[in-house]
Structure formats: C-alpha cells, structure tokens
Design a protein around this ligand. Structure first.
Ligand code: TRP
Length: 365
C-alpha cells in the first residue's frame, strides 16, 4: 500500500432524480496504451473539464469483449487498465478529482444494460455506422449480438452514474445520442430518474495517422504513444507520410491536409516556427527533413513532462491499484442506488415484495 491519502469527494446523500453535482463519465476499452490521437480527441478535454465535475473514468472491459474476447485479451486487462490510468494521470488528471473504475467489477451495470435494452430497437442500432466499422475492423463476417448492443451498454454506464456530461471523440457521438434517447424514453415511460447527458466534443476533429490515414489508431499501427521515448518519436516522425506530390525540397508543397503540419498545429508550442516552416514549405524553400526534425523536437518537448509525471506516478507503488479499487467500490455504491431507483420507477420490485408480504402474513405472527 502506498502512503498517500486520497481525497474522495462526497457522494450524493440519497438517491433521487439526478446527482447533486454535475457529473462526467468517459473512458476507454483496455486494449493498450494511449497515443497522441487519444490526447487530441479526448484526453485534453478530460483534463480541461475534470475538476468542474464529479468525474468518473471507466475502464470498459465489458465493451472490449464485444470485439476481443480471447483468453489473452482478457488476461491483458490488468496491464492495460494500469497503463490507461497511468497515461491519464500523466497527461494531467488529478487523482483526487478522478474516480477510475473497472466496468466488469460493477456487475449492476449489466443489469441496467438489460433493463434499458427494451427501450431501443434493433433497426435503430443497425443504423449506427461505427458499429459496422468495428465489426469489419475486427474481421467479423456477421454482427455479434453484443456489438450491436454496444451503445446500449454504453448508455447503461452513463446512466448508471447519472452522468450529466460525456466528453467523447467523434466515433462515440452516436452512442451518446442513444444514451440520450434512452434516458428521455425511460423518464417519459416511467418517471424522471435520469438527467439527459450532454455530449461534449473534442476540439480537433481527429488526428491523422503517421501513415497519412484519416485516423491514428493502435490497430492500424500508425500511432505515436504517450510513452514513446524520444528516439522512437524521431524514428516515427522521420518516416511520416507527407505531401506525396512533393518530389524534392525545391518543389512547392501543400500544407493543408498534410499530416506533418497537422501535428505541428496540434503539438508545436512555437507558432512562429510553424508559420515559418509552412511559408517556406509552400514556397519550396525547406526540405521535409527539417520540417520533420522540428516536429520530432516539438513532440518530444510536449511528451517530456508527461513522461516525467508518468514515471513519478509509476514509482508510487500500489497507487493505481488503490485508485482502481477505491474508485470501483465508490462507483458500485452509486450504481446500486441507481438500480434501486430504476426498479422502483418501473415498479419491478412491487410483485416480489407483495409475494413476500403474503408469505409472511400466511405464516402469521
Ligand atoms: N465506447 C468507448 C470507447 O470507444 C468506451 C466507453 C464505454 C465509454 N463506456 C463509456 C465512453 C461511457 C464514454 C462513456 O472505448
């Protein structure tokens, strides 16, 4: 056990329609370390917002099962969850203001998933393009039942903690829309239990991969990780895809849509240097090598303090385990209250309670 103290924010005093403070929930599946694409798409937003909310961060291992459910995938959850939490702390989430939890250790989420699943139709889910993409990327010939239900499970996560805000990247926007619909439908059909969660977008749409593909992603092998050492960053940057029409340093190049300049815009803290490089690039007065060298240096300047913080948190042995255990227990208590609210609003508890009463009456005093 580590010696630090955790300041856990007060929990809502009692169950009812909505939390006492605005709540945020977001998170990731535990499939690996986080990269620059995660940073731009969502981590920066999390860091900016997390102290304004009671902030919950899910390690969504049940969601991972919808496409990756081998023994090895599942065995890797512990390592990957640890990395995700370390990466999150490294970019600036304050552990005293962040509740990290492991989805599969809050089994009530699965019950909520089931109860909410009658509020959404199959054709509604079939119209969500991201699910078809995920099925294709995972090499599935047919849509797995669990994958079709992915947004419903995500709605269960969100509504389980009665989140009011969900900061996510583009590919998750449609899922949050499903959660909003389910919340409205539940509140109308039974009684108001859930706040309708707001979707919060990332500022930059998405970061291209080092290979020029539209998206940086682990599975495409075109990512720069937050943990990549300076040499690795340099190697990846020097091999980056750039303006393919530019055959030499004397040829005018295109900056717009050029991933090297997209990265400069996102990570170089020296705007005058970026403007100078862009001007010379357009005029055919700079080589790709210089533009890339300066980019590698900029990314390394950006990553240095992140990696330093990560090392410090990593050295605090047991910290991550403690955060996950405390956060999961805390979340589970919240979710148990929500399950009670849901069952109560639906009138689901009434029948059995009546049966019990009848039995007690029959037994007599
Ligand atoms: N779907 C997210 C992803 O792409 C992970 C996730 C699961 C999530 N439940 C969530 C995100 C609830 C925000 C809110 O990995």
């Amino acid at each position: 056990m580590s010696g630090h103290t955790l300041t856990i924010m007060p929990t809502a005093a009692k169950s009812g329609p909505g939390p006492v403070a605005p709540r945020m929930l977001t998170g990731d599946r535990p499939t690996g370390r986080l990269h620059l694409g995660h940073y731009v798409g969502s981590l920066a937003n999390r860091v900016r917002l997390h102290k304004r909310y009671e902030s919950f961060f899910i390690v969504a291992d049940l969601h991972m099962l919808t496409t990756k459910n081998s023994e090895q995938d599942i065995a890797a959850v512990r390592r990957n969850a640890t990395d995700m939490v370390l990466d999150s702390l490294a970019v600036g989430l304050d552990p005293a203001h962040s509740v990290f939890f492991l989805q599969s250790a809050v089994p009530e989420v699965a019950e909520i998933n089931l109860l909410l699943s009658s509020l959404v139709t199959v054709p509604r889910l079939e119209r969500i393009p991201s699910l078809k993409e995920m099925a294709r990327d995972a090499g599935k010939q047919e849509m797995p039942f669990a994958l079709l239900g992915y947004p419903v499970l995500q709605a269960a996560d969100i509504l389980a903690v009665k989140a009011t805000a969900v900061p996510v990247g583009r590919d998750n926007a449609a899922h949050v829309e499903v959660a909003r619909e389910i919340a409205r439908r539940f509140n109308r059909r039974y009684r108001p239990v859930f706040p309708v969660p707001a979707l919060i977008h990332g500022d930059v749409p998405s970061l291209p991969g080092t290979d020029g593909q539209a998206k940086m992603s682990k599975s495409l092998g075109n990512a720069i990780y937050l943990t990549d050492p300076p040499e690795e960053v340099r190697r990846k940057v020097m091999r980056m895809y750039t303006d393919p029409a530019r055959t030499g340093p004397g040829v005018p190049g295109t900056v717009e849509g050029n991933p090297v300049f997209a990265y400069h815009a996102a990570f170089n803290d020296r705007p005058a240097e970026v403007a100078d490089l862009a001007g010379r690039y357009r005029a055919g007065k700079v080589g790709d090598v210089e533009v890339k060298q300066k980019l590698a240096e900029a990314i390394n300047r950006f990553l240095a303090p992140i990696q330093e913080r990560r090392a410090a948190f990593e050295a605090d042995e047991g910290l991550v385990a403690e955060l996950i255990v405390t956060g999961t227990e805390r979340t589970r208590r919240e979710v148990q209250r929500t399950v009670a609210d849901i069952r109560d609003a639906m009138g689901l508890t009434a029948a059995f309670t009546e049966f019990q009463r009848q039995v007690r009456r029959a037994l007599g005093p």
